[in-house]
Write a protein that binds this ligand. Structure first.
Ligand code: CU
Length: 308
């Protein structure tokens, strides 16, 4: 499915788009890549290594512990877990990031059944949230949080849901999704080991949606997972609703850094009409995407727009 033909189209789309995203790209370079422990809405804290997150349950003295790592399939399940510190105590203080102390992502190992949840923290440090565990099979649970002293983590642990499991192949690469009456077009390339801009444009009945509602401090939220191992990518939103320059649609731009080549699943969420909608994409990343002269590097007049 990674045919050169598809990538030619991908690159051409990027050239057409670049005039629109250039200004935003510069913004990402100055605000989205710096650690920020004070302003919860101003981008993600910087990744420590640039590698994917979520591949380990324990890092830097913090451990994600699921209360029930094996469970029965049920539509109305409850997921309970703790973040423990190096002495085994449950962490009860965090730094809000994207308006929440902790973001929980749940997805089956085959990338189906994505859920983005905001659990409630109990006084003893146990997080809990209702969860749809209709799908049997091994799932990955990601806890995305910032510690009280400002360190960002994405820890991952396996949740095994009993029952008959028929894995779904990774969906074919796509750049357009129709969901809840909206059409979302994705433009931009994802390249290995460096940040590139990806823009999602939302239309409804053929008309651009220009009144997107803020969701988690931005006009959209994006999680990207490497399909082979569910490595969790660091994604930086470009701008936020209060900065005076970011439009409420139809386009929402993110800086995405893929740690390697391979197929990735992108889960773009946006809020409109009081509800959160999600568009899912499969993006193949190769060494050559965005690399040929004239596609991504050349249009940067200053040559340092994506320097992190
Ligand atoms: Cu969240």
């Amino acid at each position: 499915m990674n045919t050169p033909t598809k990538f030619t189209g991908f690159a051409l789309g990027l050239v057409a788009l670049f005039g629109v995203t250039l200004g935003v790209g510069a913004l990402v370079g100055t605000t989205g890549s710096e650690p920020d422990t004070h302003d919860a809405t101003d981008g993600e804290p910087a990744a420590k290594t640039g590698g994917p997150g979520g591949l380990t349950s324990s890092e830097g003295g913090y451990t994600l512990v699921l209360a029930d790592p094996i469970t029965d399939a049920t539509r109305q399940g409850t997921l309970r877990f703790r973040i423990e510190d190096s002495s085994g105590r449950a962490v009860t203080h965090y730094t809000p990031n994207h308006e929440k102390d902790l973001h929980l992502i749940l997805v089956r190992r085959d990338t189906a059944g994505y859920q983005h949840l905001h659990p409630t923290l109990g006084p003893d440090g146990t997080w809990s949230t209702p969860v749809d565990l209709t799908r049997a099979g091994d799932h990955r649970v990601f806890a995305d949080f910032v510690t009280a002293d400002g360190q960002p983590f994405t820890l991952g642990a396996d949740l095994r849901v009993a029952g008959q499991y028929t894995p779904r192949p990774i969906p074919a690469p796509n750049t357009t999704v129709t969901v809840d009456g909206y059409t979302v077009d994705m433009k931009g390339g994802v390249a290995p080991a460096r940040a590139t801009d990806v823009t999602f444009t939302v239309t409804r009945d053929g008309k651009p949606v220009t009144d997107l509602q803020p969701y988690l401090g931005a006009y959209g939220h994006l999680v990207a997972l490497r399909a082979a191992d569910l490595g969790y990518l660091h994604v930086h939103p470009a701008g936020h609703p209060d900065d005076g320059s970011t439009a409420a649609g139809p386009g929402v731009t993110f800086a995405v850094t893929a740690p390697s080549t391979g197929d990735y699943r992108l889960y773009f969420e946006f809020r409109h009409g009081g509800a959160v909608h999600r568009a899912e994409f499969t993006v193949p990343v190769t060494e050559t995407v965005g690399e040929p002269a004239g596609t991504q590097i050349a249009p940067e007049p200053t040559g340092h727009g994506h320097g992190h």
